[in-house]
Design a protein around this ligand. Structure first.
Ligand code: ADP
Length: 169
């Protein structure tokens, strides 16, 4: 009876007043980014486009976050960014990823404590596949994770199976 009944000392069980629709919304909004985010795949801003392509392929992700020497966020590169660079006549080994990335402050990011479905809204509204999870530091935004459409799909599948969220190690 999760959510429909609650218990209090000396009162016993009582009806919470929530209908099933309200309860479904509450359950969805109880899922936070920290329950489902993955480890980020990052490259240094001086890395070449060629290296970014190799990392994207070997790490099996569609989005790579670009960081400086403090691991703080400077940009993001997606599959299409790398494809666009590859069909040009540029030398990919000597082209820094910083030249082709979407750079700060235009990167959409989120925090660990945000509601996961709100991050889903950001992905839809901005028409992007993933965003970095960050922590504020004195140097900037430290990249600590990644939320992609896959993480959000996993959360909804778990919800329908009535399982708890698991942070991917
Ligand atoms: P794909 O290139 O595989 O279609 P996206 O739709 O995620 O992947 O990326 C589309 C564009 O949006 C790219 O130019 C990329 O740099 C940019 N982009 C991707 N993720 C973000 C983000 N979190 N914040 C801002 N821009 C992003």
């Amino acid at each position: 009876m999760a959510g429909f009944l609650d218990a209090r000392p000396r009162v016993g069980y009582f009806y919470t007043g929530k209908n099933s629709e309200r309860q479904v919304i509450d359950n969805i909004r109880n899922i936070l980014v920290k329950d489902y985010y993955s480890h980020p795949v990052v490259v240094h801003e001086n890395s070449s486009v060629y290296d970014a392509i190799v990392i994207m392929f070997t790490e099996d992700v569609g989005t790579i976050f670009v960081v400086d020497e403090n691991s703080t966020l400077t940009g993001v590169v997606s599959r299409k960014d790398l494809l666009r660079a590859s069909i040009g006549k540029q030398e990919l080994n000597s082209l820094p990823v910083a030249i082709i990335m979407t750079r700060m402050p235009n990167v959409t990011y989120c925090f660990k404590e945000e509601v996961l479905v709100d991050v889903g809204c950001k992905l839809m509204n901005r028409e992007i596949d993933a965003l970095p999870v960050v922590e504020k530091t004195e140097n900037g935004l430290l990249v600590i994770g990644r939320v992609s459409k896959t993480n959000i799909t996993r959360a909804f599948v778990d919800l329908s199976n009535n399982r708890d969220g698991i942070v991917e190690e």
